[in-house]
Ligand binder design. Structure first.
Ligand SMILES: Nc1ncnc2c1ncn2[C@@H]1O[C@H](COP(=O)(O)OP(=O)(O)OP(=O)(O)O)[C@@H](O)[C@H]1O
Length: 284
């Protein structure tokens, strides 16, 4: 079952268009949402959270198009920047959200922020980027949300905190088989560790949606000589990088043998797929 379904969503800014993004966020699984800087991840996430007016398409939550923001009671949110007013203390966050969320757990939030080493007397604006992310994560996990929607939750975290974040998400998933997570990231190590599904966008358009394993099987990097490239239709080349001795191209897996026999074929990591995709002719 789809916890969230994005159906052809479209958002037009003056210099950017999110152009018909469709993918499901499957109930009971972790979906990693990837794409390079400026590809439209935050715009998509804001659409899911009803923070953006859309120019087309729709977002379904538990199979229906929400008529108001009540569905957000069920959603724990981490945004890429703080959504708390700067003059609030952490204690204010606890007090105010206990009014806003029907199932807010005051003691649970206090325990979580204390666990992150955050003093509730501190002002939100005095927190570092990583601490602010942890504060949002503590809030996201303190109102019984069955869905987490997290925008770049690990980008401000140090390696140890990233590791703890991954443990926290895995514990959350183990607590209830219906718990569901969508998180965007360009730290692909996070995905390799915990994502079940991958949604990959670029320049506002959908490139891939499927299981992480299918994603890793879908592409190959072929190392060959520049002359070998002539053997194949240039359209099969999804990305290209020259090195001092040869050229490397990203292709769909079924095109890996289109460049003749004098090649080396590798299965790329998520990171390599992302960095190669749409890459041009520049030298390494
Ligand atoms: N309010 C806005 N007005 C105009 N353009 C916007 C607005 N918000 C985002 N954009 C543009 O939309 C594009 C996509 O931005 P978005 O933040 O969704 O990308 P992203 O994939 O989340 O990037 P990053 O990985 O850098 O966070 C960018 O070119 C950005 O400048």
């Amino acid at each position: 079952m789809d916890r969230i379904a994005l159906k052809e969503i479209r958002k037009e800014y003056s210099a950017f268009t999110l152009n018909g993004i469709s993918f499901p966020v499957k109930e009971g699984f972790i979906t990693g949402f990837i794409g390079p800087n400026g590809s439209g991840k935050t715009t998509t996430i804001r659409a899911i959270l009803n923070l953006n007016h859309l120019n087309g398409g729709e977002v379904l939550y538990r199979g229906v198009r929400p008529e108001d923001n009540d569905y957000l009671q069920d959603v724990g949110i981490v945004l890429d920047e703080s959504y708390f007013p700067n003059d609030w203390s952490v204690e204010d966050v606890n007090n105010v959200l206990s009014v806003g969320y029907k199932n807010w757990k005051v003691a649970e939030f206090s325990k979580r922020v204390a666990g992150y080493g955050i003093d509730e007397k501190l002002n939100v604006k005095s927190l570092s980027r990583g601490m602010t992310t942890k504060l949002m994560l503590a809030a996201a996990l303190s109102h019984g949300a069955k869905t987490l929607v997290l925008d770049e939750p690990t980008s401000g975290l140090d390696p140890r905190s990233r590791d703890e974040f991954r443990d926290t998400i895995q514990r959350y998933m183990a607590e209830d088989e219906e718990n569901t997570v969508l998180f965007s990231t360009h730290i692909t190590e996070d995905l390799e560790a915990i994502a079940d599904y991958i949604a990959f966008i670029m320049d506002g358009a959908m490139i891939f949606y499927g299981t992480k394993d299918d994603f890793l099987e879908a592409y190959r990097i072929v190392k060959c000589r520049e002359a070998d490239l002539k053997a194949a239709d240039p359209k099969v080349i999804l990305g290209k990088k020259k090195t001092s001795t040869h050229v490397e191209v990203l292709v769909e897996a079924n095109m890996a043998d289109a460049f003749g026999e004098n090649t080396v074929v590798e299965k790329p990591s998520i990171d390599r797929i992302m960095t190669f995709y749409h890459r041009g002719d520049e030298d390494a």
